[in-house]
Design a binder for this molecule. Structure first.
Ligand SMILES: *Cc1c(COP(=O)(O)O)cnc(C)c1O
Length: 362
């Protein structure tokens, strides 16, 4: 096996889940988001651990992602956060998937599929209160509800919206979305629906906006990583690791990697790691990131290649071929830090962890 792997601490995942549960309190259900292969951690293993910890539902982006969980015997309700296409309705009904609904064509397909399997299918109505991504626009809501009223084999079990700017300093936009949402809920109820769940909160609003919790919360990233300036004692779940496969001593003035964008300023020891951008270790990290080894940090030198990355270990005299290196996930280098070096967010760094990187579950 190539010595590049991701250690996934399922105990840390369950710990983070319990912190969320404590934070939202009894009476608020939890839909744990495991889309994009569980944010890169492996959807099946992550889902099993979350089921064990007591999650009420799981959330994925696509019908394929939901089927992967069903194939492994996970039988909790699974929400399709990205909605679905009409031709997927039958599969969704047969496999107890709960779509977010925002298209009348999909509603009709769901109704038909439910009718032919002799059951009542449930869905959550998605309202777009300002994200401008998915959902029924407020000005279309009344017509949409009129269309739904003709469909007798489906039932609205929930209503949701998604907050666009819950992380910004100003809370105005979020408050406007939330108050709009409450108003639209009134409209929905006035049309005779009695949704069991109303929900709006993903990770950041779980922490920042207690009044966004309503009946159900949708934590994603908060389950997987510690975050930046948290009062919560979240633990990182993934540690990305590799081992030195070659070490070389080079004189001052030696260029490293494609284009020689790094040139040694002193006699140096350069270590080569078998991980590259095809593993999700972004090229943007060239000459920017640090890695952790022997309790110290060492800089990435030169361009990150497709399969290989070089680091300067001159100041770590103990470094040897075969030594373990942590690219993120320990106390010296967090995934948030790597994300900052790559001008992105931890979501992206975690979810692009490549297929070649073996996941090892603790
Ligand atoms: C991905 C997603 C979430 C989870 O978001 P986090 O910021 O990771 O907590 C919640 N709700 C919806 C609709 C999503 O698509």
């Amino acid at each position: 096996m190539r010595p590049t792997w991701a250690e996934i601490d399922l105990g840390a995942l369950q710990h983070n889940f319990m912190l969320v549960k404590e934070l939202v309190g009894v009476g608020v259900s939890i839909l744990s988001v495991v889309k994009a292969d569980g944010y890169g951690h492996g959807a099946v293993e992550v889902s099993k651990a979350l089921v064990e910890a007591g999650t009420d539902m799981l959330g994925v982006a696509t019908v394929e992602e939901a089927m992967e969980l069903r194939d492994y015997g996970i039988d909790l309700p699974i929400m399709l956060l990205g909605g679905m296409r009409p031709e997927e309705a039958e599969l969704a009904v047969q496999n107890n998937m709960v779509p977010c609904l925002f298209s009348i064509d999909v509603a009709r397909a769901l109704d038909k599929a439910a009718s032919s399997s002799g059951c009542k299918a449930i869905y959550h109505l998605k309202i777009d209160t300002g994200m401008t991504r998915l959902g029924v626009r407020p000005e279309e809501l009344t017509d949409f509800l009129g269309g739904l009223s003709e469909l007798k084999n489906i039932r609205m079990d929930g209503v949701l919206t998604h907050l666009a700017s819950a992380f910004t300093e100003s809370t105005d936009y979020t408050e406007a979305q939330l108050s709009g949402f409450l108003q639209h809920l009134g409209t929905v109820r006035a049309h005779g629906h009695d949704p069991r769940y109303t929900h709006s909160a993903s990770s950041i609003s779980i922490k920042r906006f207690p009044h966004s919790h309503m009946d159900l919360v949708r934590p994603g990233i908060i389950l997987y990583t510690e975050g930046e300036s948290d009062s919560l004692e979240l633990r990182p779940v993934m540690k990305l690791k590799s081992r030195i496969i070659q070490l070389r001593r080079v004189p001052a003035g030696t260029p490293v990697s494609y284009g020689g964008t790094f040139v040694t300023a002193r006699p140096s020891v350069i270590a080569t790691l078998p991980i590259g951008y095809a593993d999700g270790y972004l090229r943007k990290l060239s000459n920017r990131a640090l890695v952790s080894l022997h309790g110290k940090t060492s800089p990435v030198t030169g361009a990150v290649c497709m399969d290989l990355t070089m680091v300067d270990v001159t100041d770590v005299p103990a470094a040897r071929v075969g030594d373990e290196v942590t690219l993120f996930g320990d106390s010296l280098v967090s995934v948030e830090q790597v994300a900052a070096w790559a001008d992105t967010i931890s979501y992206e760094i975690l979810s692009i962890t490549g297929k070649r990187v073996q996941r090892i579950y603790l």
